[in-house]
Design a protein around this ligand. Structure first.
Ligand code: NAP
Length: 397
């Protein structure tokens, strides 16, 4: 018999195939095929680096085994196998107990987010996660599907409202949900789950309604985006989640939020703004938004944003494709606001949230570094301290 091991596995029913685990793993123990993301038991050294960044928690699964499941076995799974009965002579039982203790301690560290991994804001409410899965989805009814960008711009971004009816589906601002598009993929398997940030506040599109909204851009070959953008009122949609335990709005009214986004990455910030507006209308100057789009006509929520009072939020709307105007990205505008941003970075109450295109991450980072150099701050140290105290959050795809 092989030695007993506690094998690290990924739950294929909850995993949304975002690839964060594979990107994070420092020793390439995580791999994937067209079906599943899996962990190679021969390589995994239990460093737990992949645990905190996983947006769904599907990475946090374990089975005590005599013989580890092979990669091929894991690739073939549609659900995790049950824990097998393991021989429980005295020696084996003691080994199992020791393994349980060791892994629990490592996981506790990983979930604390030490070592620069994501940590929730100290004042964030406790989120519910993974209440509904691919095998047990919630069913929502489409309540509305509104185009947010001007007709004829070629950039079709939708505000989609999903009514949860009597289903208990608690979400916090900053969390995401999964959508299961109908039909099968090219390999004849059910379509996988796609993730979208919730764009509404926790108490619904309007206060005290059991619904939520999404911001979805139609992509030319996007299976799920086209499915969602074509939905009509009354259509039923299979929903999983909620997901995400760290990119969450802080509840402390003294906290200042710097929100930096491109395109549909604005979804969580619409939720943040609504939450602040509903619960802290008298708080002045707490929100600063840097929002990049091609043109005003293609900026999601352009109309509603114009109505947000300047006392509630300072807005920096930046455009990259306005005819006869210089191209401006969010990171360019940040440089022109160096004094304002360095004052915010010096304030221990400031939280930075970045959401949108993967490509913006480097540019935003370089702008923060440049702003810090001008004001005798060390960006690398500031960022680490902010991360470790749950004040720096990035969600880019
Ligand atoms: P987009 O329309 O393609 O771009 C928005 C703006 O960002 C454009 O002005 C674009 O400029 C600019 N941009 C391009 N590269 C940039 C860079 N390196 N740095 C800064 N700005 C840059 O955006 P989108 O298609 O809506 O994409 C939004 C992203 O957010 C997607 O990756 C999506 O997956 C992600 N996201 C979506 C959600 C959601 O719930 N829907 C949630 C979280 C994140 P040019 O094109 O003119 O260069």
């Amino acid at each position: 018999m092989n030695a007993i091991v506690k094998q690290h596995l990924i739950d294929p029913e909850i995993c949304i195939r975002c690839g964060t685990c594979e990107e994070t793993c420092p020793i390439d123990a995580v791999t994937h095929n067209d079906d599943n993301y899996v962990v190679d038991a021969e390589k995994c050294n239990y460093c737990m680096d992949c645990i905190a960044p996983c947006p769904t928690g599907s990475i946090d699964n374990w089975r005590v085994v005599n013989t580890p499941y092979s990669l091929d076995e894991q690739f073939s799974w549609e659900e995790l196998p049950e824990q097998e009965d393991i021989a429980t002579d005295e020696g084996a039982a003691a080994t199992m107990e020791a393994l349980e203790d060791e892994i629990s301690a490592l996981l506790a560290e990983a979930h604390k987010g030490t070592g620069g991994k994501p940590v929730a804001p100290a004042s964030a409410a406790k989120p519910s996660v993974n209440l509904y899965s691919r095998s047990k989805p919630a069913i929502a009814t489409v309540q509305g599907n509104l185009r947010l960008t001007e007709e004829g711009t070629g950039n079709d971004v939708r505000h989609i409202v999903l009514d949860l009816g009597d289903t208990v589906f608690p979400v916090l601002e900053g969390q995401s949900i999964g959508i299961i598009p109908p039909g099968e993929d090219a390999g004849g398997k059910p379509q996988g789950v796609r993730l979208y940030s919730v764009a509404s506040a926790r108490d619904g599109e309007r206060p005290n309604t059991n619904n939520l909204s999404l911001t979805v851009k139609r992509e030319e070959v996007g299976v799920c985006s086209n499915y969602l953008c074509d939905l009509k009122r009354g259509d039923k949609v299979q929903v999983t989640g909620p997901f995400g335990a760290t990119f969450l709005i802080p509840e402390d009214p003294a906290v200042k939020l710097v929100m930096i986004c491109t395109g549909t990455g604005s979804a969580p910030f619409r939720a943040f703004t609504e939450r602040r507006r509903r619960t802290m209308p008298s708080v002045k100057g707490g929100l600063t938004l840097f929002f990049g789009a091609r043109r005003p006509e293609e900026l999601p929520y352009f109309g509603p944003l114009k109505k947000v009072p300047p006392q509630l939020m300072t807005q920096h709307l930046c455009y990259s494709r306005v005819p006869d105007a210089p191209k401006e990205y969010v990171q360019d505008r940040m440089l022109t606001c160096a004094d304002e941003l360095s004052a915010l970075l010096k304030d221990d109450g400031t939280h930075v949230f970045i959401c949108g295109l993967k490509g913006m991450e480097t540019g935003v980072d370089e702008s923060f570094a440049s702003i810090c150099r001008q004001s005798d701050l060390d960006w690398s140290a500031v960022k680490t301290a902010m991360r470790e105290s749950g004040r720096y959050h990035v969600e880019t795809y």
